[in-house]
Design a protein around this ligand. Structure first.
Ligand code: DGY
Length: 323
């Protein structure tokens, strides 16, 4: 019997392609060519499954054009590239990769917070440019991280991982805001206290964004929210670009409304707004929060296991819209 046909839309670990090839006829993109939407649509013809990486938009038009599709397996935890309602209506399963990236992503969130607050990249550029001539009492002096107030917007698994690092590792007071309050045991485990969003913005010294992106969270942080923060505050975004209004943020950073920002995600990524690129009080990284090798392997394996689980055994591991 012919194996079911699947498409792997981006380059992945060769060993994961090998595992998929045991079960499927696999078309791949190991050259990592950026396909247009029309290219993706054409390559999806006759495919029952697709391995996506978060940048391929799967919506009603795509589903109508690709009637054989049964499952889209995202190799990321965020799934704002999926129109989940359209997928459910079309009977197409969506899966993502929760849990396996939680600790690695929380590590990175904390690294970006430290780099931003303690001005690590800015001072490295200064040194490399040959500008360092002597020690000075206030050279690159920024705020403290230990003992300060950490604010977290979005308190899922990654938010809780960051809270634990802050409360237990750095003696920080942790406040958070989320759609729903955690139960008392979870709050105690991560040493965090629930507050309203205005209270969060007003009280925190460092704010980390870890909420999912949707129409409801679009521009959750814009000019009005930035104006409520302390002028000494830092903002870290490891969630999705559209959660922050990049133009409003650039203006706030330029005018000293807040002190600094660390950004791993951007509204139009991989294009970064030129006003952000022009600033020195912002640390910019190319969407790498989950990028440790063991974690990226675990994410790829989980996405592959979801394809195999559903198409071969009828049992996906991490479904978003169980069919
Ligand atoms: C995710 O999993 O959603 C991350 O953004 C990928 O790095």
């Amino acid at each position: 019997m012919a194996k079911p046909a699947v498409l792997v839309a981006r380059a992945i670990f060769p060993e994961v392609l090998g595992i998929l090839a045991q079960h499927f006829e696999v078309a791949n993109n190991q050259d990592d060519v950026i396909w247009s939407r029309a290219d993706l649509m054409a390559r999806l013809q006759g495919k029952v499954g697709v391995f996506t990486t978060g940048s391929e938009r799967i919506d009603a038009d795509m589903l109508t054009a690709c009637p054989d599709l049964k499952i889209c397996a995202n190799m990321v935890v965020g799934f704002n590239n999926f129109d989940l309602d359209a997928m459910t209506a079309a009977g197409v399963l969506a899966t993502n990769t929760p849990d396996v990236l939680t600790e690695t992503t929380a590590d990175f969130g904390f690294a970006l917070l430290l780099a931003t607050a303690r001005r690590i990249t800015e001072s490295e550029h200064f040194l490399r440019s040959g500008s360092w001539s002597r020690w000075r009492y206030d050279m690159f002096a920024g705020p403290d991280v230990h003992g300060s107030t950490l604010g977290i917007l979005g308190m899922g698994r990654i938010g809780q991982g960051i809270a634990k690092r802050g409360a237990h590792g750095f003696g920080m007071k942790v406040v958070y805001h989320n759609r729903s309050q955690l139960d008392a045991a979870s709050e105690a485990a991560c040493g965090a206290r629930y507050v309203s969003k205005p209270e969060l913005l007003k009280t925190c010294d460092h704010l980390v964004l870890v909420l999912p992106y949707s129409a409801a969270s679009h521009h959750s942080i814009g000019a009005a929210e930035l104006a409520q923060m302390k002028p000494s505050a830092t903002l870290v975004n490891i969630a999705r670009g559209g959660i922050v209004d990049d133009v409003a943020l650039a203006s706030a950073l330029r005018q000293g409304v807040i002190a600094a920002a660390g950004l791993d995600v951007f509204e139009g990524e991989p294009v970064v707004h030129p006003e952000l690129l022009a600033l020195t009080n912002v640390v910019l990284t190319p969407h790498i929060a989950s990028a440790s090798l063991p974690t990226r392997r675990a994410m790829a394996n989980l996405a592959a296991d979801n394809l195999i689980g559903y198409l071969v055994h009828g049992m996906p591991l991490t479904p978003l819209n169980p069919q």
